[in-house]
Design a protein. Structure first.
Length: 274
């Protein structure tokens, strides 16, 4: 059956679950002008801080999840993975082919989402925590009857909080190991760089500021220069200089292999959990 097109100029975006991820996406969508906040809704049951967070954006607060589903054209599941099935079964009677469903629940596969809801117009999306500051690395995969237009719409929504790619769902465990868990690796690296600065004599605040900005600047050079990271490394490592001396120490400790192993280990764990 053909899917009903989502009305681009009037559709309502609804969130089931009012946590930090939903807040980040709603804030990004509203701030970027992709949707006005009065076309975004969610339900907040008892947590007043969560209600305040969404009301400060201008999001419409409804009475419960059923009301969100009935009111919305695009429904985003942003609840904890262990409760997705119960929520999906609860709203199943309210679904129609006119609605596009989206899940950001980690580790929950499209085949299960589609089975629990009886609905194949589904898109699975995996953002990461930097969505909170508009710098997410997000990947999406389209379910059975989701259309190219549906994919473009979701790409635009999630593109408001960072960059988005499309990939086959079979790659999602590896994506979890890299971009899903990756921010934690980088936080650890920033902390270690700052500790190194302190060990070399810098005040803690200065060391942390320099480490954070250095990682941010280096990442920006990779994304904006078009150069391979290896070339950028070579550009700054002059013969017999300070940088190559530091790189030598990293190589002796197996720095690159450690990062590769971290990604592989996290991807393996993701497969075990899903």
């Amino acid at each position: 059956m053909d899917a009903f097109p989502i009305p681009a100029e009037s559709f309502i975006l609804g969130f089931i679950g009012a946590g930090k991820m939903a807040e980040s996406i709603a804030k990004g969508v509203a701030k970027s002008g992709v949707l006005p906040p009065d076309r975004i809704c969610t339900a907040v049951h008892s947590n007043l801080k969560r209600r305040d967070a969404f009301e400060s954006i201008g999001v419409k607060i409804l009475s419960d999840n059923n009301a969100v589903v009935e009111y919305s054209d695009v429904v985003v599941f942003s609840v904890k993975p262990q409760v997705v099935k119960d929520v999906a079964m609860q709203i199943r009677p309210l679904l129609s082919r006119k609605k596009l469903l989206v899940s950001v629940a980690a580790g929950v596969k499209l085949k299960d989402l589609q089975e629990w809801t009886g609905h194949s117009r589904f898109i699975r999306v995996m953002p990461n925590t930097p969505s909170a500051v508009g710098e997410a690395a997000t990947v999406m995969s389209l379910g059975g009857t989701a259309t190219e237009e549906d994919g473009e719409l979701i790409g635009k929504l999630f593109g408001s909080v960072g960059k988005i790619w499309r990939a086959d769902e079979k790659l999602f465990d590896a994506i979890t190991g890299l971009s899903g868990s990756g921010p934690a690796y980088i936080f650890l690296a920033i902390e270690a760089l700052a500790d190194g600065g302190v060990a070399a004599g810098l005040p803690r605040e200065l060391a942390l500021g320099l480490a954070s900005q250095t990682v941010l600047g280096a990442a920006s050079m990779v994304t904006k220069s078009g150069k391979h990271p290896g070339q950028l490394k070579d550009d700054v490592a002059s013969p017999g200089g300070t940088t190559i001396a530091g790189i030598h120490e990293l190589e002796k400790s197996g720095f690159r292999g450690i990062l590769m192993n971290a990604v592989v280990a996290a991807a393996k764990r993701s497969r075990e959990l899903s």
